[in-house]
Unconditional design. Structure first.
Length: 379
């Protein structure tokens, strides 16, 4: 498969690289330490168009493809995985409205994305992680409204003050199980909807991940996204696209770890010579680079498949599984190359190591990805 980038894709890659280098690199450690992304960073990304990457021109966006999304997310992740996380999840929400939303919803939420409003997606519950079908949050019809009761946990892009709207997967017909799940959009500030505990995390500390609580939360039935009973299907389709975004985040972390290792190997002198002269460490680097290029190829193949409307589940699971596991492996090797210094916060590899560790867990664990891959291969 030919992965030559077109002019637009090259432009977006370079734009994201320039932004990440100038705006994120100087404050990445601060974002991690203070556990927040400055509001002005989100505003600047909106001005550039990153919050509306996949929003069509008719709604004010650039209407870019999935390859562009991969390039932007990976470039952001090279400097700040937390910021990359925000864009990866937010563009997933854009996709939900693009594929399943009414015209009124597209006008409202895709236009909001252009303006820099940030969307969230709420599927996971305390008793329904990998087993998403076990979700218990309910949305009961009452006249022209849904009344939502329940809670969600580990929800990205929602914090005490951050996050503007969320697509919630809830049971509208509990007796039907997964076939009774529906997708409903809820705006921040809706009575009965509150953001609970903001999680304190090992990595991606700047990204908001919180508990969401719904207590007699009343929203119009026009907030239904797609049709009743299609919520689980919508969620699984969204996760296919979302997994490509998370794989791109993993790719950026890997590329940053390799670059940091090359720099350190040229500077660090032991036994009278730079450690980069040691064949053993060169072999570490060779393995890191080869595996990362393989991950990139899988990610781009999945992105092209998504843009061509091809079946996505297997490729999305493969690229997310391989890229995320590789991110943990590569950052571990990079930390080993750095030795004791790599364990200290003076060097960014410590942060990369922590950031990488979440990627094999969210948007479907590696074990879930292998289940999906095996199921598709055995068809």
């Amino acid at each position: 498969m030919n992965f030559q980038l077109n002019d637009t894709q090259k432009m977006m890659r370079d734009l994201a690289r320039d932004f990440a280098t100038k705006e994120l690199a100087p404050i990445a450690a601060e974002i991690d330490q203070e556990e927040r992304i400055p509001k002005e960073i989100i505003e600047k990304m909106a001005e550039i168009g990153f919050t509306a990457l996949n929003v069509p021109e008719e709604y004010g966006g650039p209407g870019l493809d999935t390859v562009c999304k991969v390039l932007v997310v990976s470039e952001l992740a090279r400097q700040c995985a937390s910021t990359a996380e925000v864009i990866a999840v937010h563009t997933l929400v854009n996709d939900i409205f693009l594929k399943h939303g009414t015209e009124a919803q597209k006008q409202k939420y895709l236009t909001a994305a252009v303006e820099g409003k940030i969307g969230a997606f709420a599927l996971t519950e305390a008793g329904a992680g990998s087993d998403a079908a076990a979700a218990k949050t309910k949305a009961v019809v009452d006249g022209d409204d849904y009344v939502i009761n329940g809670s969600k946990c580990f929800i990205s892009n929602m914090g005490p003050t951050e996050g503007d709207y969320v697509v919630v997967i809830a049971l509208t017909e509990p007796e039907k199980g997964v076939k009774g799940m529906s997708a409903i959009v809820v705006d921040r500030g809706t009575p009965g909807f509150t953001v609970g505990k903001r999680e304190e995390k090992m990595g991606i500390r700047g990204a908001d991940i919180s508990e969401l609580i719904f207590e007699d939360c009343r929203v119009p039935r026009s907030n239904l996204v797609g049709k009743e009973g299609e919520g689980f299907k919508i969620a699984m389709m969204a996760l296919d696209g979302g997994r490509i975004g998370m794989a791109a985040q993993a790719l950026g972390i890997c590329e940053a770890a390799i670059a940091a290792s090359v720099k350190y190997m040229g500077e660090r002198v032991q036994f009278g010579k730079p450690i980069g002269k040691n064949q053993g460490l060169q072999w570490y680097l060779a393995d890191m680079a080869t595996r990362t290029e393989a991950a990139k190829a899988l990610i781009l193949e999945a992105a092209v498949a998504a843009d061509n409307g091809q079946p996505l589940s297997k490729l999305a699971a493969m690229c997310k599984y391989y890229a995320s596991e590789n991110a943990v492996w590569v950052t571990n090797k990079a930390l080993q190359i750095h030795g004791g210094y790599g364990y200290m916060r003076d060097y960014p590899i410590e942060r990369m190591y922590r950031d990488a560790r979440i990627v094999p867990i969210y948007e479907g664990t590696s074990e879930v990805q292998k289940m999906v891959i095996a199921r598709e291969v055995m068809k």
